[in-house]
Write a protein that binds this ligand. Structure first.
Ligand code: UDP
Ligand code: MG
Length: 332
C-alpha cells in the first residue's frame, strides 16, 4: 500500500475550522476517517484549523489517530480567535489538494457526502455547492431570517450567490487559486467563494442538527455577518440612499412651492405643528440612516487600508501514517 508523504500533493484537502469543539472532535474525526477509508484511490489531506479555541481542542486534534496510508492530518493553530472566515482562509492557503472541501466540525455537513461531491468534480465541475433542503434543530426564527436574508442578499449583490448554500462545498484548484488572489480583509466567505464563478453544480442535502456543543454565533454576530455580506458584495445600499435623497428632495421642492403660494394667497396662521414634526423626524431618521450606510462602507475601507494579515498561524503540525501503523492496520 502506498503511503502519502508529507511533501506530496494530495488530491483532496478537507478543511475543518474548529472553535471550542473538543466535545465534537473525536466523533467527527472518526466519521471523517470512515469516509476517507472508503476513498483508497485518492490521497487525502485533512486540515484542522484551530481558531483560538478556549478549550483543549488544539491538544485534542493533535492526538487524533492517523493510520490510513492514503491520508495525512495537518493541524494549524491560529494565534487567537480570528473567526470562521479567517480560519477557512488559513485552510485554503495551506491546502495542496486538487480539490478542497470545507466541513464544519459539528457534523452538520455530513462527511458521507464527500464521495458524491468528488464524483461531480471528476465529471468536470469546478464548484459543487451543497444546498440545504432542511435545517433541523434551528429555530423557526433563524430559519425565517435566513430565508429572507439570502433572498435580500441575492437581490442586492452584484455576484451570483447560491441560495441556502453555506460554506459546505467543493472547490477545484483553479477556483482556489482565483480566491487566493482576493486580497480583502473583510472575508465574507459565501460571497468570496461564489465570486470566481467557473462551472458550478448543486447537490441538495438535509442539514442535520448539531450533534454536541452549541452554535458559536449570537444573534448580534449574525446581524453583523449579514451586514458585512451586503456591504462587501454590493454598493446598492449607497445607491438606495441617493435615490431616497433624490425622491424626498423633489417632493420637498414641490411641497415648498405649495406652501409659498398658499401663504401668499390665503395667508398662514401658525398651525401645522404635527406636519412639521413628522417632516423633521422622518428626514432626521433618513439622514442618520444614510450616514450610517456611508459609515459602514467607510469602516470597510478603513479595515482594508490597514492591510493587516487575515490570520496568524502560531503552530503548524503535520502527521502521516507510519510504516508500522500501516502494518498494524493490515494485521489487526
Ligand atoms: N468556528 C470557527 N471560528 C469561530 C466560530 C466557529 O472556526 O469563531 C467553526 C466551528 O468550530 C464549526 C464551524 O465554524 O466547525 C461552524 O460553526 P457553528 O456550528 O457554530 O455555526 P452554525 O452551524 O451554527 O452556523
Ligand atoms: Mg453548526
Amino acid at each position: 500500500m502506498k503511503l502519502i508523504s508529507p511533501a506530496k500533493e494530495a488530491t483532496l484537502s478537507i478543511i475543518v475550522p474548529v472553535y471550542n469543539e473538543v466535545q465534537m472532535l473525536p466523533t467527527f474525526h472518526h466519521q471523517v476517517m470512515c469516509t476517507i477509508a472508503t476513498l483508497t484511490n485518492e490521497t487525502i489531506e485533512l486540515i484542522y484549523v484551530n481558531d483560538g479555541s478556549k478549550d483543549s481542542s488544539w491538544l485534542c486534534m493533535q492526538s487524533l489517530p492517523c493510520s490510513l496510508p492514503h491520508c495525512r492530518v495537518r493541524c494549524l493553530n491560529l494565534s487567537r480567535n480570528f473567526g470562521k472566515e479567517a480560519a477557512m482562509t488559513a485552510g485554503l492557503d495551506y491546502s495542496t489538494g486538487q480539490a478542497i472541501i470545507f466541513l464544519d466540525a459539528d457534523l452538520q455537513d455530513p462527511p458521507e457526502l464527500i464521495p458524491q461531491m468528488l464524483n461531480k468534480w471528476r465529471e468536470g465541475f469546478d464548484v459543487v455547492n451543497m444546498k440545504r433542503s432542511d435545517r433541523a434543530g434551528e429555530s423557526a426564527f433563524k430559519k425565517f431570517s435566513a430565508f429572507c436574508y439570502y433572498r435580500l442578499l441575492t437581490k442586492l449583490s452584484d455576484v451570483e450567490l447560491q441560495q441556502d448554500v453555506g460554506d459546505f462545498r467543493l472547490l477545484s484548484r483553479r477556483v482556489v487559486d482565483a480566491i487566493k488572489k482576493l486580497p480583502e480583509r473583510n472575508r465574507y466567505m459565501k460571497g468570496i467563494l461564489s465570486w470566481p464563478g467557473f462551472i458550478q453544480t448543486t447537490l441538495t442535502f438535509e442539514r442535520p442538527a448539531r450533534v454536541a456543543g452549541e452554535t458559536k454565533w449570537s444573534f448580534l454576530q449574525l446581524v453583523g455577518l449579514g451586514l458585512s455580506g451586503i456591504t462587501s458584495f454590493s454598493v446598492k445600499p449607497l445607491r438606495l440612499a441617493t435615490w431616497a435623497g433624490g425622491i424626498i428632495s423633489t417632493v420637498a421642492f414641490f411641497y415648498a412651492l405649495f406652501i409659498v403660494f398658499k401663504t401668499l394667497i390665503v395667508g398662514e396662521s401658525v398651525a401645522g405643528y404635527p406636519t412639521m414634526m413628522l417632516v423633521i423626524l422622518t428626514l432626521g431618521g433618513l439622514q442618520l440612516l444614510a450616514i450610517g450606510i456611508v459609515g459602514e462602507y467607510i469602516a470597510r475601507i478603513f479595515t482594508e487600508s490597514k492591510g493587516r494579515p487575515i490570520y496568524i498561524v502560531m503552530d503548524n503540525e503535520m502527521r502521516a501514517a507510519q510504516e508500522n501503523d500501516v502494518r498494524e492496520l493490515h494485521h489487526g
